[in-house]
Design a protein around this ligand. Structure first.
Ligand SMILES: Nc1ncnc2c1ncn2[C@@H]1O[C@H](COP(=O)(O)OP(=O)(O)OP(=O)(O)O)[C@@H](O)[C@H]1O
Length: 346
């Protein structure tokens, strides 16, 4: 097996507050393989942004990785200083497209000038080489290369997002992390994003980590997925396995909360409640208060991630009732008045 590009190993991240430490991520483990598109999915407040910000040194000043390791190409990076991150990681190795990326272009500078600036700080490219490369990238993300000298306001929202992706690809990073790339966009623009992500996949070797609350976005554009709830990774594996055979109760319900072309008439589930804010150490399953199938054990310990089946490689779920999932899924189908048995009609 090749070494993962990025690996979270039992990572806990806390914020110090005047009410005590808030545990935003607890014991999270998952990895991203070279060249793959992965999705990190979960509702608002589940710890997605905290987890990815810890990789690029973007945690708020009261936040800290308090346990575990973050390995990039096998090297521990959780304690890197700002200087080390700038020198070794940012742009060249990992580019980050933040949630409010539309505001991240400088409105007073032509986008080509922003590219030339990144090149002069982080690479040896000459100005003309930088502009040539930027034109090529505009083509990959589906923008006309003649528009590189435009100002950000001359682009629509979707075009700005693509220009930002071209900047993120500029120094040929091994990984791009995109935080909620589709949230602020309408359905037509979301569709354009899927198309250009496909072109990025076809034309570059870059891996992508997509952060989103919408599991269907991950099913559409990724190969691997990690599902996060209340700072814990509930389930991880290939998109194919988790699409066909979601095992953790949260993944099952989350999948049923979004439209699915396999079940056009299905009623969408509403998952009652919200991910909890975790004060102090976390000693139970973070989904316990919302889970229709919780048992006493779920209050006593946080369940570990375990392999779900021998045939589904890397498919892991953190639930004390993993072995009973099939029966539980049927129960849910009955409870919700659904007609299928929880398996896709293919
Ligand atoms: N600076 C902070 N100080 C204290 N708590 C924080 C801070 N930032 C985030 N949190 C808490 O950490 C938890 C995880 O938040 P985070 O923003 O990482 O989740 P998220 O899944 O990215 O949500 P969203 O999609 O809304 O950004 C939440 O309980 C949040 O209130």
């Amino acid at each position: 097996m090749t070494e993962p590009l990025l690996e979270f190993r039992d990572v806990t991240i806390q914020y110090q507050t005047n009410r005590g430490p808030v545990t935003a991520v607890s014991g999270a483990s998952f990895s991203i393989e070279p060249g793959e598109f992965s999705g990190l999915v979960g509702e608002s407040g589940s710890g997605k942004s905290t987890l990815v910000k810890s990789v690029i040194g973007g945690l708020d000043s009261n936040g800290e990785v308090t346990a575990g390791k973050i390995l990039y190409k096998g090297e521990e990076i959780q304690d890197y200083t700002e200087e080390e991150l700038n020198e070794k990681i940012r742009w060249k190795e990992i580019s980050y497209i933040p949630q409010s990326s539309m505001n991240s272009l400088d409105p007073l500078q032509r986008v080509s000038e922003q590219a030339v600036e990144i090149a002069s700080v982080h690479s040896d490219l000459s100005k003309s080489e930088a502009l040539e490369r930027f034109k090529e990238l505009f083509e990959i993300v589906g923008l006309s290369p003649d528009r590189i000298d435009d100002y950000p306001h001359q682009f629509s929202g979707g075009m700005q997002q693509r220009a930002i992706t071209a900047l993120a690809l500029f120094l040929d990073p091994a990984l791009i992390i995109a935080d909620e790339p589709t949230t602020a966009l309408d359905v037509i623009m979301q569709d354009q994003i899927f198309k250009y992500l496909d072109r990025v996949k076809a034309n570059t070797d870059t891996s992508m980590l997509l952060i989103t609350h919408d599991i269907s976005v991950v099913f559409e554009s990724c190969e691997q997925i990690a599902v996060l709830h209340g700072g814990q990774v509930c389930e991880s594996g290939s998109v194919e396995d988790i699409y066909r055979n979601p095992t953790h109760p949260y993944s099952i319900l989350l999948q049923r909360a979004f439209p699915d072309i396999r079940y056009p008439d299905r009623k969408l589930e509403i998952i009652e409640g919200h991910p909890p804010e975790q004060l102090g150490e976390v000693t139970e399953c973070s989904f316990v208060e919302r889970c229709p199938w919780a048992v006493d054990a779920c209050y006593e310990n946080a369940p570990p991630l375990e392999n779900v089946s021998e045939s589904e490689q890397n498919h892991q779920s953190a639930c004390f009732r993993n072995d009973e999932t099939h029966a539980l899924k049927g129960e849910l189908t009955e409870l919700a008045g659904l007609t299928d048995g929880g398996e896709p009609n293919e």
